[in-house]
Structures are given as C-alpha cells and as structure tokens.
Unconditional design. Structure first.
Length: 594
C-alpha cells in the first residue's frame, strides 16, 4: 500500500528545481515529444524492430501518451514515460543521453556494482563513506527486487548483463525514483543496507549542481597486497604481465583505443615480442571491463593470436568476458570465438553479436531531452541471428566475498584448468561430405581435411575443428553451433536455435568473398553488384560493412604480403564506394590507412 501511495503522490508533487532542460512542458507538449520520439525511432534507428514487435512498441507509445495526458501538470513521471519508450527498443546503444538524465533527475552521490545477484555500494562521497561496501536491500522501504523490476522498463538493455551494467546508473537518479513512485521525495532516498550482517538505514541527499565540483568521492578498494590482477591497472587501456613461475601471460584490454603514452600497435609488437621469446603455457585476454571503442584497432591483436598456432590451442588460450563487455569488445569476443580455439569464461557480455550501434543524437522539441539512437546495424556471421549474447564455455560469477578477499574465481579456474585434448572427428569418416557448401549469397562454407581431422571453414570468418557427439552430429568450438550431414547437404544449428540446411556446391565454385581473398576483385564485384541490384539493402554490402571487411581481409593477408594485403583492402573499399553509389563515408575515410 505504501508503494501505491507513493506512486499516486508522484503525480501531484511538483519538482524541486531538478529539471533544467525544458521550461516546464505541459502534458500536451510531452505527448508531442513522445510522438516525435516514436517518429525518430521508426525513421532514424538503424533497425527499430530488431528486438521488439511493431505492435508492442506502438502500445508502449500510446500508454505513455495516455499517462502524461491524464495529468494536470507534468512532473518526473512524465520524463520517465520518455525513458520507457526508448527503452522498449531494447538496444543498449539507444536511450536518453546521460547528460539529459542527470539534468532532468539529478543524482544521489553513490555508485553500485553487482556481485552475483547482490548489489553493493562501491563509490560514494566522503559524507556517506560509512555506506561503502554495504549491500542494498530496500529503497525507501521498497524491496530492491521490486525497484529493479520498475527499472527494467527504463534501462535500455537486450540481456541481463546489460541491465546489470546500467541499472546502477539509473538507481541513483533521485528524480527518476520519485517519478516511478518508489520514493516520497525527489531529492533524497533512504536506503536499507546490510554490512557484515548488520542492518541499518542511511538517508542520502541529492547532490546539488553547486556542490558537484567540490565534492570528494571515495571508492571501495582492496588492499594493494591482496589486489588481483584484474584490479591493478583499470585506468590503462591495455597492459600485460608475464609470470615466469606459472608461465602465464595475462593481457588486460580495458578499452579498444590508443593511449597517448603508447599506441596500440606499438604495444602489440612489444607484447608479442615477449611472448615469442618466452615459454607460455597459458595466454589470458581479459575483456571483462571493456566497454568498446574502435573495433579495427582490435584486429591486429586478434590476427596475432590466429598467426601463432602455439598460442591458438584449446586449453592454452583463454578469454574473459563480463557484464561490462560491450559494443566493439563484443565484436572482438565474437571474432575470437569464431576464429580461434579460445575458451571463453566469466560472465555473459552486455549484448549480442548482431546488434545496432554507432548512435547519433537527436533533441526533442519541447522537453529539450537528447536522445541517442543507433544509426548502423552490425550483423553476425550466423544467419538470422537472434541470440542474446556470445556463448560462454564456462560461466564464473564474482561474489562479494571474492572482491573483499582479493580472490579472482575466473583466474583461479584458468590456473587450475587441465583437460585432455578433445579429439576431432576423423576426416576419413566424413570423406563423402568433404567439399563446398553455399553458406550465403556472398560466402561459401567448406568441410576440409586438416591433418586427418575434420574442420569447418567460412573464409575469413569461421575456422573450427568438428567433434563427434553421437551419430553424425558434430560440435564445434563455437558454443551451440552444431553440424549434421544430411542427404543433400549440411544441417547447421546456430546459437539461438535457428537452423538451416546448406546445399552442396561444386568444389570449384567460388564465392564473391573467395575471389576477394584471391585478389580477383573484378570477379568479386560482378557477383556483389548482382546481389546489390536484387537486394539494395543487403547488409553485408553497406558502407560500414565493406569497410569492416577490408580490415578483416587486410590483417588476414598481412603475414603473406603487406603490399598485396593493402592493394586488396583498397580494392574492397573502392568497391564499397561504387556499390553504395558514392555514399560511403566509412570506405572513403578508411582509404587513407592503406
């Protein structure tokens, strides 16, 4: 009853100077902004219905308008309706900008982090440092689970990991909590906390704009003596450590971007020079805190792994994922899953491999709220991919007890990992199925004999041994990617349970991408031009995807010949410009690098 009462009160309690964007828009003006937001989603988002049905989005829009028009005056709850509409797209790259959120709602000076299913305060102002390390149980008397259910309507997310990443960024918006009817006052909240089995309450006041610059914040930190590797250099984009005793190379990549002190390519050369000069039993790439960046910068790291068969082995190569892993880091994670024998451990990343991204900003007319919407769609290799995340070989969750004691359960697992080599299927047993299959309009798939083992390859995109699992069914290194030979081809089951039967082709029949790798650019373009004429919106032929393809092919061919790799990459970019009738800013920009 108390919760319902607050929900009703939020409709009549006026704002207390929190909103700084619009000049007190009326309910009718809010409704117009909701209509504008709907129009922006439909016309400016790269793929508005990738995760939500058209009729469901329409219903959410109408409900939002009804809610604001039912009011005499608008308060925080009207702004909450805007957030609900854009969150309905379920796109982690699209939402109300953080600047607008803070200007509209104000914020409470604390930050949280998930440990398992529990939420702990890990940062706050000096005034409230007594709450550091405390677990949140209630918000103004409302059970945390119920609060989080309310926030799930507000936080743009595709999967639970993305919600974990950003739920804390919304939980400390005091005006939002008030607008959702969770708190009685827009400028403060009383948290029920637990610390070392002691239950207590603490009232937190909204930080005023005047006090922001002078406020000092403190973080919960582990004693340096007990600090695990993953917490030692969180401020560095990239760093590595080699332990001669365990013969383990630990490489943490926190951001796919160059550092002023040392460029990523120079760092890459330095690290691999050490790897090549040492005995390395295990190579660990830690992406658990990587929120993205510029994906092309990751390709040199990826290719260096692919080019080193002594590192690219199951049981020797590990990649760590976490709920902070997002955007370009997910693309990197996917590339490593598809093209190496890495064992992926940790927590699921914050989104799927196929996802919208590269957001652009728009401003609503009456409220002045800034909206970010994805402008491009990044497909995955898998056909009609609707999986919610890159699959893990082993899920390992960090608990609060791990953090306070300096233990890293993920690294513990890696250090202990010891397994006998998986035996790939015999190519001889499947000799009648060896050959070429049509994977898509642009690519072929091949079953091939590699030293007597059965391998599957999609040129430049997927390379994996296949393992028998009973009958004719075969598993790959990619979680939930399975192959079964059938009478007239191959049955493929993709992650997310989509399946397709691929038809067999003449082994001499080459795809457009086969020709690209061979440097037969005219033959490739002839095929791609036909595809473009038939399907103008074919996503692999869009400007950003052709630029991406040029980078992949360049690094794939670089070890053979820098000159040849550059010529083919430039040829692909110029092809991308022609296929897109000159409207190809990504391809044009990328030409300068080859």
């Amino acid at each position: 009853m108390r919760y319902i009462t607050r929900l009703l009160l939020s409709a009549v309690i006026l704002l207390s100077g929190t909103v700084a964007i619009g000049a007190n828009p009326t309910p009718a003006e809010f409704a117009k902004d909701i209509d504008q937001l709907r129009s922006l989603i439909l016309n400016s988002h790269a793929f508005p219905f990738w995760a939500v049905k058209k009729e469901d989005l329409a219903a959410i829009v109408e409900r939002a308008k009804e809610n604001v028009l039912a009011k005499d005056r608008c308060d925080h709850s009207c702004y909450a309706e805007l957030l609900k509409v854009v969150a309905a797209v379920k796109d982690g790259h699209s939402g109300v900008s953080s600047k607008s959120r803070y200007e509209v709602f104000g914020y409470l000076p604390f930050s949280v982090r998930w440990f398992g299913d529990e939420l702990y305060i890990v940062r706050t102002s000096e005034t409230y440092k007594h709450i550091l390390g405390s677990k949140i149980e209630k918000v103004d008397g409302v059970n945390l689970k119920r609060v989080l259910n309310e926030l799930k309507q507000i936080v743009p997310h595709t999967n639970q990991s993305r919600f974990k990443k950003f739920s804390g960024s919304y939980l400390h918006l005091s005006g939002l909590l008030h607008g959702l009817g969770i708190t009685e006052k827009p400028n403060e909240v009383t948290l029920t906390l637990r610390n070392q089995n002691k239950l207590f309450e603490s009232t937190i006041l909204r930080l005023s704009p005047a006090d922001e610059k002078s406020t000092k914040f403190v973080n919960y930190s582990v004693d340096k003596k007990n600090r695990p590797l993953h917490l030692r250099q969180r401020d560095s984009n990239y760093w590595f450590d080699y332990d001669p005793n365990s013969k383990l190379l630990y490489f943490q990549l926190n951001r796919i971007a160059n550092m002023k002190s040392e460029g990523s390519f120079a760092f890459n050369e330095k690290m691999w020079k050490l790897v090549d000069s040492k005995e390395v039993d295990k190579f660990v790439l830690d992406l658990r805190y990587n929120g993205g960046g510029s994906f092309p910068l990751s390709l040199k790291f990826i290719q260096a792994i692919i080019d080193r068969p002594n590192i690219n082995k199951r049981g020797k190569l590990f990649v760590i994922s976490g709920f902070d892993t997002f955007s370009a880091a997910i693309q990197m994670l996917s590339q490593l899953e598809l093209r190496t024998q890495a064992i992926i451990v940790g927590e699921p990343p914050g989104g799927p491999t196929a996802h919208p991204g590269d957001s652009k900003s728009f401003k609503l007319d009456f409220t002045g709220v800034a909206i970010n919407l994805s402008s491009l769609y990044h497909p995955s290799l898998f056909l009609n991919d609707r999986s919610s995340e890159v699959g893990l070989d082993k899920e390992i969750i960090e608990r609060w007890e791990d953090r306070i004691t300096g233990r890293d359960p993920v690294m513990d697992y890696i250090l202990r990992f010891s397994s006998s080599r998986r035996v790939a299927a015999s190519a001889l047993d499947f000799r009648s199925y060896l050959g070429t299959y049509e994977y898509s309009s642009t690519r072929n798939l091949r079953l091939k004999d590699v030293g007597g083992e059965l391998w599957l390859e999609v040129k430049g995109a997927l390379n994996t041994p296949l393992y028998p699992v009973g009958g004719k069914s075969l598993e790959s290194e990619v979680v939930d990617f399975e192959v079964t030979p059938v009478l007239r081809g191959l049955s493929i089951r993709f992650p997310g349970n989509n399946s397709v039967i691929l038809a067999r082709k003449d082994s001499k029949a080459l795809s457009a991408f086969d020709y690209l790798y061979m440097g037969e650019l005219k033959k490739a373009e002839k095929i791609l031009a036909r595809i473009k004429a038939k399907t103008p919106e074919y996503v692999e032929l869009k400007d950003h995807q052709m630029s991406f393809l040029a980078s992949i092919v360049y690094f794939d061919l670089l070890s053979d010949s820098d000159r040849k790799a550059s010529e083919i990459a430039k040829g692909i970019l110029n092809m991308g410009i022609r296929l897109n009738d000159g409207n190809a800013p990504f391809c044009k920009f990328s030409l300068r690098f080859y």
